[in-house]
Design a protein around this ligand. Structure first.
Ligand code: AMP
Length: 402
C-alpha cells in the first residue's frame, strides 16, 4: 500500500510518497509560495531525478491536486491511480494535552487541532488546512494525525510545570509541551537498533540541532524532559530564536524601549538566535566559515550556541542519573563535526568522550563517534520524521486499507 505523508505550512506543502511496509520512498517534494504568482512544485522521483514545475498555484487544494496528478502521470509515475493511496499521514505541530499518540482524524480530532491553534498560531491552522484539503481531494482515504508534541506527554509534572501560579496551568494549560517529538522518537528507536539493546533499557539524550533546535532526555523510550516549552521558543539557541531568556527581558523591551507585543514576538522569534548574535546569518554552515575566517561576532555566536547545548547535556545527564548514549541529529547535528567537537570538549569526565578522527568530516550518516573509553556512546543519527509519520500512519490505517 502507498502512504502519502503531508506537512502543510502556511504557504507550502511538503510531501513524501511511500510504499509500505517496504518503507521505500517513491517520490518526495515541496509545493511552495502557494498563493503567489511565483509558486512552484519541486519534486524528486524514486531514482532521484529532480523536477521543477513553475506555475501559479492558487491555494493548498490546487497544490495537492497538482502533486497527486503528477504522481499518477507520465511513464515513470510512482502510481497508476490515486486508489493506490491507502492512507495520508499529516504532521501536526501542537496536540496539547489532548494527544499522547498518533490518531486517526475524526471531527473531534479536527476540533482539538483547531482549539490548540492558540498555542501554535503559525502551525496548527495550516496543518489543519492540509488535513481538510487532503480529505476533499481523497475523500475515501483515512487521514492520520501525527503530533510533534505527543512524544513529550510522558513528561512528569516536575518537568512540565513552570513555577507560576497553579491556576495558570489548571485553567489555561500554561505548561511545557515540547516539540520535535517525532524526530526525538525516531532517533531513539534508531539508537536502540544501533546499540543492539532494547529501548526499554536505555537512557538517552537526543540533540536535534537544526534551524529549530531542542534536546530531549529519554528514559525507556519515554521523553522525561525537553528544552522547548509551551512554545518552540524556549531552550537552545536557534537560527533566529533566542531560546532561554530572563523572562523579565520582554517586559523591559516593552517598558523601556516602547516595543509592543507583536514587535517583541518578532524580535525573539525572527531576529534573535544565531542571526541576532552574529548580525550576519541564521545559517550555521555560513557562521562556521565566517568564524574560521576571523569574524569575531560569528565566533562568539558559535560559542554561545555550543555552550547552551553543553549546559543542557549536563542538566539532562543529572535528570537521567546516567546516560547510555547521546545522539546528534538534524542539519547541524548530523553535519557539523565542529559543533559536535565544541559541545563535547572537556566532557570526558562526565562520560562523553569523542573519537576525534571518527567525528572529523562525518556528515549525514549513522555512526558511533565515541572514543572506546567513553562511558556513554556518542552517536550521529540522521533523523527521518517523514518515515516515522509513514510508519505510524501505516500501523494505524494499514489494516483498514488492505
Ligand atoms: P535543518 O533545520 O535540520 O534542515 O538544519 C538546518 C541547519 O543545518 C542550517 O543552519 C544549516 O546551515 C545547518 N547545516 C547543514 N549542513 C551543515 C554543515 N555541513 N555544517 C554546518 N551546518 C550545517
Amino acid at each position: 500500500m502507498k502512504v502519502l505523508v503531508i506537512n502543510a505550512g502556511s504557504s507550502s506543502i511538503k510531501f513524501e510518497l511511500y510504499a509500505m511496509p517496504q518503507e521505500q520512498v517513491l517520490a518526495s517534494g515541496l509545493v511552495e509560495r502557494i498563493g503567489e504568482s511565483t509558486s512552484r512544485l519541486v519534486w524528486r522521483d524514486a531514482r532521484d531525478g529532480r523536477h521543477t514545475l513553475e506555475r501559479p498555484i492558487q491555494d493548498h487544494a490546487a497544490g495537492l491536486e497538482l502533486v497527486l496528478s503528477l504522481l499518477c502521470s507520465g511513464t515513470d509515475a510512482p502510481m497508476e491511480s490515486l486508489d493506490e493511496i491507502g492512507a495520508v499521514g499529516h504532521r501536526v505541530v501542537h496536540g496539547g494535552e489532548a494527544f499522547s499518540q498518533t490518531v486517526g482524524v475524526t471531527a473531534e480530532v479536527e476540533a482539538a487541532i483547531q482549539a490548540h491553534a492558540v498555542l501554535a498560531p503559525l502551525h496548527n491552522p495550516p496543518n489543519l488546512l492540509g488535513i481538510r484539503v487532503a480529505r476533499q481531494v481523497l475523500p475515501d482515504v483515512p487521514q492520520v494525525a501525527v503530533f510533534d508534541t505527543a512524544f513529550h506527554q510522558t513528561l512528569p509534572p516536575h518537568a512540565y510545570l513552570y513555577a507560576l501560579p497553579a491556576e495558570l496551568y489548571r485553567e489555561h494549560r500554561v505548561r511545557r509541551y515540547g516539540f520535535h517529538g517525532i524526530s526525538h522518537r525516531f532517533v531513539a528507536g534508531r539508537a536502540a537498533a544501533l546499540l543492539g539493546r532494547p529501548l526499554e533499557q536505555l537512557r538517552l539524550i537526543s540533540c536535534h540541532l537544526g534551524n529549530g533546535a531542542s534536546i530531549c532526555a529519554i528514559e525507556a523510550g519515554r521523553s522525561v524532559d525537553t528544552s522547548m516549552g509551551m512554545t518552540p521558543l524556549e531552550g537552545l539557541v536557534m537560527g533566529t530564536r533566542c531560546g532561554d531568556l530572563d523572562p523579565a527581558i520582554p517586559l523591559y523591551l516593552q517598558r523601556q524601549l516602547g516595543m509592543d507585543a507583536a514587535e517583541v514576538d518578532r524580535l525573539l522569534n525572527k531576529r534573535s538566535g544565531m542571526l541576532g548574535l552574529s548580525g550576519r546569518s541564521n545559517d550555521l554552515r555560513e557562521l562556521e566559515q565566517a568564524a574560521e575566517s576571523g569574524d569575531a561576532d560569528a565566533a562568539v555566536a558559535m560559542q554561545v550556541y555550543c555552550y547552551r547545548i553543553r549546559k543542557y547535556i549536563g542538566a539532562y545527564t543529572a535528570a537521567l542519573g546516567s546516560v547510555d548514549a547521546l545522539v546528534f541529529t538534524a542539519g547541524v547535528g548530523e553535519n557539523s563535526d565542529v559543533v559536535r567537537a565544541a559541545v563535547l570538549e572537556g566532557l570526558a569526565p562526565m562520560g562523553y568522550a569523542l573519537d576525534l578522527d571518527a567525528n572529523r568530516g562525518l556528515r549525514g550518516r549513522e555512526a558511533d563517534i565515541s572514543a572506546v573509553d567513553s562511558r556513554a556512546r556518542v552517536l550521529v543519527i540522521p533523523t527521518d520524521e517523514e518515515l516515522l509519520i509513514a510508519r505510524d500512519t501505516y500501523a494505524l490505517a494499514g489494516h483498514r486499507a488492505s
